[in-house]
Ligand binder design. Structure first.
Ligand code: PGA
Length: 246
């Protein structure tokens, strides 16, 4: 059974006081039936770890280097994330693919680096609007996921996948539950065929998830929770979305 997972992606938002208030609101609403985590900007991981220690709520980062260590100015290694208690690292978010030219193979290397240090990579895939309009959605996400599968082999059973249509991120335009389910089903089949435990990989939906559309999305058979951007910055909204997951 795949327990639902809801992950907040704070992106480049927050401040010490704002984070403290947000985390207090999330903590106050425990317990959650779903697994819950927040992915904070790097400088706040230490404080997030302190605030969430032994709370049952996980935390993670929004990226991780593909390299083990060395002269990579500005990068943060998976070992460092593990040391900060991170359970998760988002890799291959569409904003990193778009603004930092991250390729499928770099994203796969980042996923492997995270796994090697016991950090679960949340591997993001998703098509642009032009790709959807051209009828290429499933081909694009299959190619993105295949890079991780090729790199990880059986270890792919240890990842989380997030399907995030680029046109739905931060736009207020959500994929319909049926549109999302169709892609999730295809991703599930690809994972099942790739590895013994592939069918158990959790596949999150992301892209304008809000309290009023979360339950219907999470009710789809192959949607195992959500990766939440904007709505994860307000405790009342994030808590409502976590509740909608179970
Ligand atoms: P959004 O972002 O919920 O603000 O659309 C989702 C994401 O980018 O992870």
């Amino acid at each position: 059974m795949r327990n639902k997972l809801v992950v907040g992606n704070w992106k480049m938002h927050g401040s010490r006081p704002a984070n403290a208030e947000l985390l207090a609101g999330i903590l106050a609403a425990r317990p959650y039936a779903a697994d819950v985590a927040v992915c904070a900007p790097f400088p706040y991981l230490g404080e997030t770890a302190v605030a969430l220690a032994a709370s049952g709520i996980g935390w993670g980062a929004q990226d991780c280097s593909a390299h083990e260590q060395g002269a990579y100015t500005g990068e943060v290694s998976a070992a460092m994330l593990a040391e900060c208690g991170c359970r998760y690292a988002i890799v291959g978010h569409s904003e990193r693919r778009a603004y930092h030219a991250e390729s499928d193979s770099l994203v796969a290397d980042k996923a492997a680096a995270a796994l090697a240090h016991g950090v679960t990579p949340i591997v993001c895939v998703g098509e642009t609007l032009a790709e959807r309009d051209a009828g290429r959605t499933e081909e694009v996400v299959a190619r993105q996921l295949a890079a991780a599968i090729d790199k990880l082999g059986e270890r792919v059973a240890g990842i989380v996948v997030a399907y995030e249509p680029v046109w739905a991120i931060g736009t207020g335009r959500t994929a319909t539950p049926a549109q999302a389910q169709q892609v999730h089903r295809a991703l599930r089949a690809q994972l099942q065929a790739a590895a013994a435990g592939g069918g158990g990989v959790r596949i999150l939906y992301g892209g304008s998830v809000k309290p009023d559309n979360a339950a219907e999305l999470f009710g789809q058979p192959d949607i195992d929770g959500g990766l939440i951007g904007g709505a994860s910055l307000k405790a009342v909204d994030f808590v409502a979305i976590c509740r909608a997951a179970g």
